[in-house]
Design a protein around this ligand. Structure first.
Ligand SMILES: Cc1cc2nc3c(=O)[nH]c(=O)nc-3n(C[C@H](O)[C@H](O)[C@H](O)COP(=O)(O)OP(=O)(O)OC[C@H]3O[C@@H](n4cnc5c(N)ncnc54)[C@H](O)[C@@H]3O)c2cc1C
Length: 393
């Protein structure tokens, strides 16, 4: 038996013995997601047990080195773990900005002390991180950011405001872009700082949406003292870290395009639109679903190829923009088709069952995919400039 086959068998046995039954159902809503962090309230004992068991094996971050709390798995082993988890429909034990944004940036740019300090805490879900990039007047044109850090020798004093900071009021720490070299050119005066949200001068104000919910905040920094050791990479070189982190953020958001949890074909069958042979009876809906399925398979293959290249050390670079653009447009198409397939059932907003209204809420949430992490227009601009080398203004 090859090493990979025995790894698959061991993994299958371990998951069978350790994944609680209630963690073998798809994530349907926000409350099913384990975000971790000091203030996180577990939805159930099983959710907590699942996190503890997975993180003690390093499998919340399977390919990170073991010395930083990861699983030390090869790409092939990590793929097997993913397949075996999806075979039993196991949920991710932990989802966090730490895992899919900050962690990769620290692995590339962090000092040894930073990696040893922060990465194991991320793998165990002990710190919940917020992303402090966008500001009023600095969204798509991120390098226009004005939050500033005054150099005081062994620390900076940070003043300014961020906006659209997802879940900032529930987070413990924030990674923030701060202008520390006021006289340097736009992209060269920015530093990437790690800030504890309990420090004096950090405050958040939730932004209430029309739904009454508040997934975002404004985040304010008033004379916040940030020690010099809390910088990642060099002063004034935060843009390198920011771009590298964004390529991970974009590739991850794009991953939603493969859409394992959402199936318009089953939605059509569920709403009873089938002929006597069990085929979806509406030919237009059938053709749309077939086209989406083919596009999604092609996208998944491309995503996998680019991930393999990245694992091989080639970097994702501007290809992340292609994935972000296509993956999020595909995801929006999938949700729209799902709503068409469900017919009037899709319009349900709330009801007696906890999952009532999920399709409509997920459809609305998918609209934000082509804005968060950089809008579709900006991705197309990057592709035009950096990949197609078209002339630009
Ligand atoms: C769900 C969600 C979660 C988010 N979470 C976070 C977070 O945690 N942390 C954080 O820092 N930010 C977060 N954001 C903010 C997000 O990164 C910004 O919304 C995004 O970068 C766009 O910036 P903006 O909203 O300022 O829009 P603008 O930059 O003002 O853009 C407005 C419109 O103009 C278009 N546009 C702008 N410039 C150009 C151009 N040069 N060419 C063509 N079209 C252009 C844009 O595409 C867009 O359609 C989140 C956003 C969403 C929707």
């Amino acid at each position: 038996m090859s090493n990979l086959e025995s790894f698959r068998n061991e993994t299958r046995d371990w998951l069978e013995a350790n994944c609680p039954d209630s963690m073998r159902t798809p994530i349907k809503s926000e409350k099913d997601i384990c975000w971790g962090g000091k203030r996180f309230e577990f939805a159930s004992d099983d959710q907590k047990i699942w996190l503890e068991r997975m993180s003690s094996r390093g499998w919340t971050c399977p390919t990170w080195p073991e010395e930083y709390g990861g699983g030390g798995l090869s790409k092939e082993e990590a793929e097997i773990l993913k397949e075996e988890m999806s075979r039993i429909k196991a949920r991710p034990a932990l989802i966090s900005f730490g895992i899919w944004m900050l962690g990769p940036a620290l692995l590339k740019y962090g000092t040894e002390e930073q990696k040893k300090h922060y990465l194991p805490q991320i793998t165990r879900g002990e710190i919940r991180w917020a992303q402090g990039y966008s500001e009023p007047g600095a969204g798509s044109d991120l390098a226009a950011l004005r939050t500033k850090g005054d150099d005081k020798g062994d620390h900076w004093v940070v003043n300014g405001q961020k906006v659209w900071t997802s879940y900032a009021d529930e987070c413990d720490w924030i990674f923030a872009l701060v202008r520390t070299e006021p006289d340097a050119p736009k992209h060269l005066g920015i530093s990437f700082l790690l800030i504890d949200m309990t420090w004096d001068g950090v405050s958040t104000k939730p932004i209430k949406l029309i739904s009454g919910k508040s997934p975002f905040c404004e985040t304010f920094f008033d004379d916040v003292e940030v020690p010099k050791e809390n910088i990642v990479h060099e002063a004034g070189r935060g843009w390198d870290v920011a771009k590298y982190l964004l390529s991970h953020e974009r590739a991850n958001i794009a991953g939603g395009g493969s859409g394992a949890q959402m199936n318009p074909a089953s939605a059509a069958r569920q709403s009873g639109e089938v002929d006597e042979d069990g085929r979806i009876s509406d030919p237009i809906l059938r053709a749309d679903i077939a086209r989406l399925t083919i596009d999604a398979l092609a996208f998944e293959t491309t995503l996998q190829r680019i991930k393999d290249q990245a694992d091989g050390g080639q970097g994702v670079g501007a290809k992340a923009s292609m994935l972000k653009y296509y993956g999020t447009e595909l995801n929006k198409r999938r949700h729209e088709l799902n709503m068409s397939a469900l017919g009037s059932d899709g319009l349900l907003w709330e009801g007696d069952n906890p999952e009532d209204g999920d399709p409509a809420r997920s459809w609305l949430r998918s609209r934000a995919n082509s804005i968060e992490g950089g809008t579709s227009e900006i991705q197309l601009n990057i592709l035009a400039k950096r990949v197609l080398e078209l002339p630009g203004g």
